[in-house]
Design a protein around this ligand. Structure first.
Ligand code: NDP
Length: 507
């Protein structure tokens, strides 16, 4: 493996560990049983943070605070202009703190510092965009129902929202949800992953500085059980928005159904990119390489499954393999690094098991397929891996690996490529590479995916909504639809003048 591009320990100075506490009703609190959980950096092994380990009682207290804050209107009844002003201040504060946030995000998640910076900067833009939406909230009016009737459909904040986030893009995913919920006028309880809690807690410090009223955003740290379970079952919670595994998403949907809460879910993907022989193959190979290794493949939008025309499959895979050797794997604190560490040893073992199972099933691992130890760092890295000779029935072609593992399938006709694309339980995103607009449009219309990219991969914008079909989730985030998720609809019908004919006949 010495022909890979590897970045050893850069010797960067690591910050002292943080202490993270719950943020409930505007106050910092320890857990009711005073327990803590530790997070060590997946790359360097140092202690990055110690966090209060929440109990059901802590989660209950946070829900009570969010409920009271919603019901007394301290946020929900502010004008859109007033809410926007606070969200804009928060965006400014995030921008002023990019470096501080990025270092902690890098150390807790294992992602490269340059990508952590991009994530925090991009998140600030999501807050700014949500602020703009806060001022454009409106329903509809009906002025043609007859001279004596006027009706309006009002949009109201849905109420108390539980926000449960994962470890792969802790600050970005939080910012796909929280500012939109706040723009709508909701109050929130947030539970970050216990592996990456710090930037969520650091955000709370900025919320205070920006003047967000106490109780509007509450943060409870800790595990899915009991904190997540309380936040998804509590009768004072009106909606749950979750990003994470499909298995936990289904569990949350079942739990929330007892009280018929609204549930929005962003789950996994096995996202295909179809490559036609007439494509700009150099661009396609570069995008495929980016799509599979970005965030070490720990990405719901990972382009983990390519479907290549059989005439060019061999040449194309060789091109991706050559590029893979040039991608810099290593110390995430080094700005030269493009791919960092795997989030936990257990997750690394899961990635490796998926690759070995593919081998056992008859697929060929043409590159990588094993963990990677780096000089002066831990062994929590994984080699860039390409698996060919895959048939659609193999687990590697269908299941989310969530690692730097590319699966290659082949096709002959557009119809076959569409069938392979849609032969999946997931439907998050899909892509096509071709210079023929007709091929691209036919594919885009037939693909069962929440996002389709043509001749690009993973380009995203606050304005363009995001979400999955099938078992990739329900509901949408960001864009105007992302705001709509947090709104309830109420019809108001008004009679103009005393024109209503009595129902009871006059005696
Ligand atoms: P999970 O889905 O288990 O975790 C995501 C979040 O849900 C965490 O905050 C977790 O808490 C919380 N959670 C766990 N159980 C419950 C529950 N019963 N009720 C409410 N919340 C709960 O993801 P994992 O970290 O275990 O990753 C496993 C797999 O999930 C990955 O291999 C990948 O395939 C997929 N995944 C997908 C993501 C995406 O972006 N769509 C993101 C992350 C993972 P805690 O872990 O703190 O206990």
């Amino acid at each position: 493996m010495n022909d890979l591009t590897l970045i050893p320990n850069s010797g960067a100075i690591l910050p002292a560990p943080r202490l993270n506490r719950h943020f409930i009703n505007g106050a910092w609190q320890d857990s009711s049983d005073n327990t803590l959980s530790d997070r060590n950096a997946p790359s360097h092994g140092n202690l990055v943070s110690q966090s209060a380990k929440g109990t059901a009682a802590d989660a209950e207290a946070a829900v009570a605070a969010a409920r009271a804050a919603f019901d007394d209107g301290r946020w929900s009844q502010l004008s859109g202009k007033a809410r926007a002003a606070v969200l804009l201040k928060i965006a400014d504060l995030i921008e002023a703190n990019v470096e501080r946030f990025a270092v902690i995000e890098t150390l807790e998640s294992g992602k490269p510092i340059t990508q952590a910076r991009g994530e925090i900067e991009g998140a600030a833009d999501l807050w700014r965009y949500a602020a703009a939406l806060a001022r454009s909230l409106h329903g509809e009016s009906h002025n043609s129902l007859g001279a004596d009737i006027l009706a309006v459909v009002l949009k109201e904040p849905i109420g108390v929202v539980s926000i449960i986030t994962p470890w792969n893009f802790p600050f970005w995913i939080l910012s796909q949800k929280l500012p939109f919920a706040l723009a709508a006028g909701c109050t929130c309880v947030v539970k970050p992953s216990e592996m990456t809690p710090s930037t969520t807690v650091m955000l709370a410090e900025l919320l205070v500085e920006a003047g967000l009223p106490a109780g509007v955003v509450n943060i409870v740290l800790g595990y899915g059980n009991p904190v997540g379970a309380t936040l998804t079952s509590h009768r004072h919670v009106d909606m749950v928005t979750f990003t994470g595994s499909t298995a936990v998403g289904k569990l949350i949907a079942r739990t929330a159904s007892d009280s018929l809460k609204k549930v929005a879910l962003e789950l996994g993907g096995k996202n295909p990119q179809v490559i036609f022989p007439d494509a700009d193959l150099e661009s396609a190979a570069d995008a495929v390489t980016f799509g599979v290794y970005f965030n070490v493949g720990q990405c719901c939008n990972s382009g983990s499954r390519i479907i290549v025309h059989e005439d060019i499959a061999q040449e194309f895979v060789a091109q991706v393999e050559a590029l893979s050797r040039r991608v810099a794997f290593g110390d995430p604190m080094d700005p030269a690094t493009q791919v960092g560490a795997i989030v936990t040893p257990e997750h690394g073992a899961k990635i490796n098991a998926a690759v070995q199972a593919a081998r056992d099933a008859g697929a060929q691992v043409v590159m990588g397929g094993a963990p990677l130890a780096l000089k002066g760092l831990g062994a929590q890295f994984y080699q860039p891996t390409i698996v060919t000779g895959v048939t659609p029935d193999m687990a590697i072609a269908r299941d989310e690996v969530f690692g730097p593992v590319l699966t290659v399938l082949t096709f002959r006709t557009l119809e076959e490529a569409i069938a392979l694309t849609n032969d999946a339980d997931y439907g998050l995103s899909a892509g096509i590479w071709s210079e023929n607009i007709h091929t691209c449009l036919a594919f885009a219309r037939a693909a069962k995916a929440g996002t389709v990219w043509t001749n690009t991969w993973m380009d995203g914008f606050p304005e363009v909504t995001f979400g999955g079909m099938k078992q990739s989730g329900q509901g949408r985030e960001i864009g105007r639809y992302g705001l709509e998720e947090f709104l309830e609809v109420k019809s108001l019908v008004m009679r103009v003048g005393r024109t209503r004919a009595p129902w009871v006949k006059a005696s």
